[in-house]
Design a protein around this ligand. Structure first.
Ligand code: AHR
Length: 504
């Protein structure tokens, strides 16, 4: 009998923040088979009149992704957007340097904007601050957002897009702190360029929101000085700072892998502190928010990818970053989403990187169908039921130590209250790899509520995965629980993802 326990008090008066639905964003980069043979495959049996795969669109809609970052990623730092618009047959075929591929430009920004509408998403556009700069960013914005009557807006109309795309959110470059980035910059170089680009872009369209590049990950040697130095330049002109982080389990230590959200907490605290330091330094009234615009598990296919990139000739849509996700990866995805909800007062956008075929919840077979990876499900659950107000997790949990982490809570949990629908959903992960935990939730403020659904993901095999032909990692219903007088109790299985929905 386990003596492990956790208790969550759910009180609708204790609010963290109204959740910005854009924290359930994602990312499509011109990389591998994300675009070609991913979202777009004319000739495929499920392709629509524009060549977009309907089977993929259906799965994207299941995830209900409100915003999608595009076109990169590392790709954007050598992207010549003009090559991607106008008559398709006249478009240039380019050497794509970030991923050593051939870019045909058959799909460009107009086609992507069209696809996004079909899947009910907005575009988060990134500008090239690697090989290009202020002028090209301005031209692109004018092309996308200006009504008509100027060279670039009229060019868009000539290309068949009468109405402006009205893209609201713009990233000022990508991972400019990274030596791998084409056109990598020092913090001062980036800060000045981003400041001037931001100023000019807001002159064209003051309604846009801008994201200043933060560090590529918490381990960068320039972190967190990069944040402080760059924001010193950009603070007055931007609305968000970006964070990127990928996790892996190269040591094959599940307990330690599932403790990684402790590092994520530290990352978030430090970036928030850097923003607030610059706010104080500038005596500014503006609070800068966070755009966690790349996050996921990424390590499974790395070895294979570096071999392919080194040895093969330049190719169109090579198989790259096609990580096959396991059950334990799905648990970490759930833990990361809970962490974002806990910080929903400052994390206003986040993009699961990426969406299709490339480190993605959705995979396609070139000849066959599309399928859901293990990580699809926790993301879908939180995107679907994590809308409303994030409630402060007044929470106690027994703890354990792992190889690299101390005092790791057995259970991580948070509740989201959807006032309009009169629903409360608890998301919880028991990350103890050995023991079940007695989980109690006190919902006494929610009179007349009953359990609508208790969905879990559990598996005997931490390395279980899905494929086109077999789906073994998926949610199922749990009926072993007690709910009386607003008091919920269950024995939460070791290594489990839990979604408990209450309503009237
Ligand atoms: O998402 C894959 C890559 O990861 C992106 O291109 C880059 O921004 C990050 O390093």
């Amino acid at each position: 009998m386990s003596n492990k326990n956790a208790k969550l008090v759910v009180d609708k008066e204790l609010k963290i923040a109204e959740i910005d639905k854009r924290i359930y964003g994602s990312f499509i980069e011109h990389l591998g088979r994300a675009v070609y043979n991913g979202i777009y495959q004319p000739g495929h049996i499920s392709a629509d009149e524009d060549g977009f795969r309907k089977d993929v669109m259906e799965l994207v809609k299941e995830l209900d992704v409100p915003i999608i970052r595009y076109p990169g990623g590392n790709f954007v730092s050598n992207f010549y957007w003009e090559d991607s618009v106008g008559p398709v047959l006249e478009r240039k075929k380019r050497l794509e340097l970030a991923w050593r591929s051939l870019e045909t430009n058959e799909v460009g920004l107009n086609e992507f904007a069209k696809w996004s509408k079909k899947v009910n998403s907005e575009v988060m556009m990134a500008v090239n601050l690697g090989t290009r700069g202020i002028g090209d960013a301005c031209n692109l914005l004018e092309y996308c957002n200006h009504e008509s009557g100027s060279y670039y807006s009229d060019l868009r109309i000539k290309h068949g897009y009468e109405k402006p795309h009205n893209i609201k959110t713009w990233c000022l470059g990508n991972e400019m702190d990274g030596p791998w980035q084409i056109g990598h910059k020092t913090a001062k170089e980036y800060g000045r360029l981003a400041e001037e680009t931001a100023k000019a872009m807001k002159l064209i369209d003051p309604s846009i929101e801008l994201v200043s590049c933060g560090s590529s990950n918490i381990a960068m040697p320039t972190f967190p000085e990069w944040e402080a130095t760059t924001l010193d330049y950009t603070y007055d002109y931007v609305d968000y700072i970006s964070l990127h982080q990928y996790y892996g389990n190269a040591d094959n230590d599940t307990a330690d892998f599932l403790a990684l959200t402790q590092d994520l907490e530290e990352f978030l605290h430090t970036v928030i502190a850097a923003c607030d330091y610059i706010k104080a330094k500038k005596r500014s009234k503006k609070k800068l928010n966070l755009s966690f615009d790349e996050w996921n598990v990424w390590f499974h296919a790395m070895q294979e990818d570096s071999e392919t990139m080194e040895k093969r000739p330049w190719q169109i849509a090579p198989h790259l970053l096609e990580d096959i996700y396991t059950f334990e990866d799905a648990l970490l995805i759930g833990l990361i989403l809970i962490t974002f909800l806990k910080h929903s007062d400052r994390v206003k956008m986040a993009c699961l990187a990426q969406l299709v075929n490339v480190i993605a919840p959705i995979m396609t077979d070139d000849e066959g169908g599309a399928w859901r990876q293990s990580i699809f499900y926790p993301f879908m659950h939180v995107s679907k039921y994590g809308r409303g107000v994030a409630l402060l997790p007044v929470m106690t949990s027994t703890k354990h130590d792992t190889v690299k982490h101390e005092e790791v809570t057995d259970v991580e949990s948070i509740a989201v209250y959807n006032e309009e629908k009169e629903e409360v959903t608890i998301f919880a992960v028991n990350r103890n790899t050995d023991e079940n935990v007695l989980f109690e939730a006190d919902l006494r403020g929610f009179e007349g509520y009953r359990v609508l659904e208790y969905s879990i993901m559990e598996h005997d095999d931490m390395k279980a995965y899905n494929s086109l032909v077999k789906e073994t990692v998926m949610p199922k219903e749990k009926t072993e629980y007690r709910f009386e007088d607003g008091y919920f109790e269950t024995s939460m299985g070791k290594c489990s993802w839990n979604v408990i929905r209450f309503g009237k």
